[in-house]
Design a protein around this ligand. Structure first.
Ligand code: BEZ
Length: 209
């Protein structure tokens, strides 16, 4: 099944390194950063897991819970976590899904047979508190993800939801944002009393303090 932006993220019950979870219940009112890995005890994955652990404060500041997945067992994950903490200088506290039967990996289309019949590729799902899928990313096995980009997208989505704005290319927190074309100038005057820079009728930039 292909999952699309705006779909409700499929629910599942599964064993993790923090015990059994029911995905939607575990997410609660938080955003979710659900990301898959090819396998335990592999180098790129080890750095990604360590990076996620070190960014725990950044994810918490964005009300976002990380959840990892690889198609190995809880026992293997726990042994691997010892290595991750040792080599990456972190304390990994978020749960990692144990999916040796590929139940969740198949539900989320994380196994791409052209790459491997058993290992998940590096997929990312950002899920909002309504359980809607808001971002999907798929990276190949050989390329580690850019975590600055993951945090940036969460910031952009959350700011967009709060202020009805869109964000331009390479936007960073604090920079000008875009008033979407679906908002008329008359409506924009009420929502953005600070005004805007109108470069074209369809390209209006404003500041959110
Ligand atoms: C890795 O995590 O290092 C990795 C996993 C599968 C294929 C290539 C690299």
């Amino acid at each position: 099944m292909g999952l699309h932006l705006g779909d409700i993220a499929p629910d599942f019950e599964i064993d993790t390194t923090k015990g059994k979870i029911s995905f939607h219940e575990w997410l609660g009112d938080s955003w979710g950063f659900f990301f898959s890995h090819p396998a335990d005890f592999t180098p790129v994955c080890t750095t990604e897991m360590g990076k996620t652990a070190k960014l725990a404060g950044e994810f918490a500041a964005r009300n976002t819970k990380p959840l990892g997945l690889s198609t190995d067992t809880v026992d293997e994950h726990n042994k691997w976590i010892t290595d991750i903490n040792d080599t990456q200088g972190c304390s990994l506290e978020f749960p990692i899904v144990a999916d040796p039967d590929h139940k969740v990996a198949q539900l989320y289309d994380m196994i791409h047979p052209g790459e491997s019949d058993t290992a998940a590729v590096r997929t990312v799902f950002i899920i909002d508190p309504a359980k809607k899928i808001r971002l999907t990313l798929t990276y190949p096995m050989q390329v580690g993800r850019n975590f600055d980009e993951i945090l940036r997208v969460i910031d952009a989505l959350q700011l967009g939801d709060k202020h009805k704005i869109a964000t331009p290319a390479d936007w960073q927190k604090g920079q000008k944002v875009i008033i979407p074309p679906s908002i008329s100038n008359e409506e924009a005057e009420k929502i953005f009393p600070q005004g805007w820079d109108e470069q074209r009728s369809y390209l209006r930039l404003t500041e959110i303090k």
